[in-house]
Structure formats: structure tokens, C-alpha cells
Design a protein around this ligand. Structure first.
Ligand SMILES: [Ca+2]
Ligand SMILES: [Ca+2]
Ligand SMILES: [Ca+2]
Ligand SMILES: [Ca+2]
Length: 300
């Protein structure tokens, strides 16, 4: 029996005819029926089927997965005499287009799970890695970054590094989407969008206010003779981390404490300033109140 051409390329479409089987027989006029004898894995079946005497691919071949395949074919003449032959089919490597671009750690080669917010400009986040079946391609990377957050720069050993050039602010954008392109040295370019998560960093509060007065001299607008626990004002803090809470306490600096206290909620909620004594306008028309706050990270 004569085998088909033994060197089909990978990635050909299913249904590609590899070649024709023919049989050597002393009875020159015999007609033969061909069949495929199912071999044990990991051999060819069902990578191929027979259509008459044609050997036809039954799926796209993959050099990297199975560079060599074997099939057992049988030719039977009209009288039932047959011959079997094992055919070895060598798959030829061709270019596989890259399928993804990842940002990986320079130290470990593992995927970068996130970038910290407030990372300084010029920081190397990681290097780019193409996902490509071919073992030995070389790659040229590109970055289509309309956010102007990152740029690419050459790294050691011909690598390409992802570097910060813009502000990274979790409270503004918690996921950065960038578009990478990659060209291997043998085939068409590939483009993909990649999401880079931003990790929230605790940032110090930037200001503290009381909702009623803007100075720290409290002009009471509560009635004199107001009862204990009368609301004077509500604390609020300016902090980039909106999910945090604050503890407030009054500062006396040796002076007589005002007849007030901080009503601090145990969970989320605004702290308030309240009276803890009955006020007397004639005796004390106004109080100076000073306070401080500590940021508290609430469990969520
Ligand atoms: Ca392949
Ligand atoms: Ca290949
Ligand atoms: Ca490739
Ligand atoms: Ca933050």
C-alpha cells in the first residue's frame, strides 16, 4: 500500500485531502476497499478519516500538541483478502498567531494581579509576555493607551516593560483597560484589551470640618437652656477613601472643657457634637471647641 504525503502542515482546515491510498497486488484488476483501523490513543484517530481511498483530515492538526501521528489503514480486495499498514504522518510546524498578551512579574514571571494606586511615575510594573503556541518566536509589542497611564520601554534580555507615566487613583478608576498589540516574527499582528486592577491604598484624610461653623469657634445656634444631648453639629472629614470612618475627640489644652461631648457611632455613621449640660447664654455666650480625629478602618 502506498501512503499519502507524510508531511501535512498544521492548522489546515478540517476536510483537507492529504493524499490517495493505492495498493500493490499481483492481481492487477482487483478493486480494493479501504478502511481505517482505530488505533489506540494517542494516535491519529479521529484526526483523519478515509473517503474512498482519500486520507482526509477530520480536524485541524496541531504540531505543538501532536507533531507525529499514526494511522492503521486496511485495503481489502473483492475476495476478502486484506493488507494493513501503519502510516506515520509528520505534522509540519507553521506559525500560530499569538492569542493573548499578559503583564507578568519580572522577578517571578507570574501574572501581575494589580497595580497600587499612587505608584510613582516611571515605575516598572512588569514585562509583557505573549501567549503563543510556538516555542521560539520573537515578539514586538505595542501599546494603544488612550489613558496615558502607561508606556513601554525596552528591558533586559530583549524584554518589553510596562512603565507608569500617569497618575493611578483607585477612587477615580479601579480598573485600567489598555490595548496591547503583538507581532511575532512569522505571522499577522494580534491585538487585545487587557484589564489591570488598581489596588486601593489607605490615604490620610486631607481636611476636617464641622458641618455648621467653618471656624473652630463654635457659635452656638442652640437655644440657651437647651437640654442635654441637644445637637450642636455634625462632623465630616474629607478623605479619598470614602469607605473609612473616623473617631473624633475634643481637645481642651488645659482650658475648661465646653459643656459638650462627641457622640461617636459604633458603626458607620456621622459623629455629632452634643451638649452635656444645660447652656446659659448670659454666663457663656460662646465656646471655643477644638478636636482631632483618627481614621478608623471599618470591617466590611
Ligand atoms: Ca499549533
Ligand atoms: Ca506552530
Ligand atoms: Ca507564533
Ligand atoms: Ca485610596
Amino acid at each position: 500500500m502506498t501512503p499519502p504525503p507524510p508531511h501535512p502542515q498544521e492548522n489546515l482546515a478540517s476536510g483537507t485531502v492529504l493524499g490517495l491510498l493505492s495498493t500493490v497486488d499481483p492481481n492487477a484488476l482487483d478493486v480494493f476497499t479501504y478502511s481505517l483501523i482505530t488505533p489506540a490513543p494517542p494516535n491519529a484517530y479521529p484526526s483523519f478519516v478515509l473517503v474512498g481511498n482519500q486520507v482526509v483530515t477530520n480536524k485541524s492538526l496541531d504540531f505543538e500538541a501532536t507533531p507525529t501521528l499514526q494511522i492503521i489503514v486496511q485495503a481489502m480486495d473483492d475476495s476478502g483478502a486484506f493488507v494493513r499498514k501503519t502510516l506515520t504522518i509528520n505534522v509540519i510546524d507553521t506559525n500560530d498567531v499569538s492569542t493573548d498578551v499578559r503583564v507578568v512579574s519580572i522577578a517571578t514571571g507570574t501574572a501581575i494581579p494589580f497595580v497600587d494606586e499612587n505608584t510613582a511615575k516611571g515605575t516598572v510594573v512588569g514585562r509583557l509576555q505573549a501567549v503563543d503556541q510556538d516555542c521560539c518566536d520573537t515578539y514586538r509589542f505595542g501599546l494603544v493607551d488612550d489613558s496615558k497611564t502607561f508606556t513601554l520601554q525596552p528591558g533586559p534580555g530583549g524584554t518589553t516593560q510596562l512603565v507608569t507615566i500617569g497618575n493611578i487613583n483607585f477612587e477615580v478608576l479601579s480598573v485600567l483597560t489598555v490595548q496591547f498589540t503583538v507581532d511575532d516574527d512569522r505571522g499577522p499582528s494580534f491585538s487585545t484589551y487587557s484589564n489591570i486592577n488598581v489596588r486601593d491604598i489607605n490615604e490620610a484624610p486631607t481636611d476636617i470640618t464641622l458641618s455648621m461653623p467653618v471656624t473652630r469657634t463654635i457659635i452656638l445656634n442652640v437655644d440657651e437652656n437647651a437640654t442635654i444631648n441637644t445637637l450642636v453639629g455634625t462632623f465630616s472629614a474629607k478623605d479619598p477613601d470614602t469607605w473609612q470612618s473616623f473617631n473624633y475627640r475634643l481637645l481642651f489644652n488645659g482650658a475648661s472643657p465646653p459643656p459638650m461631648y462627641v457622640d461617636q457611632p459604633v458603626a458607620f455613621g456621622a459623629a455629632t457634637l452634643r451638649t452635656n449640660a444645660t447652656l446659659d447664654y448670659d454666663a457663656t455666650p460662646q465656646y471655643t471647641v477644638r478636636w482631632s480625629s483618627n481614621c478608623v478602618v471599618m470591617a466590611v
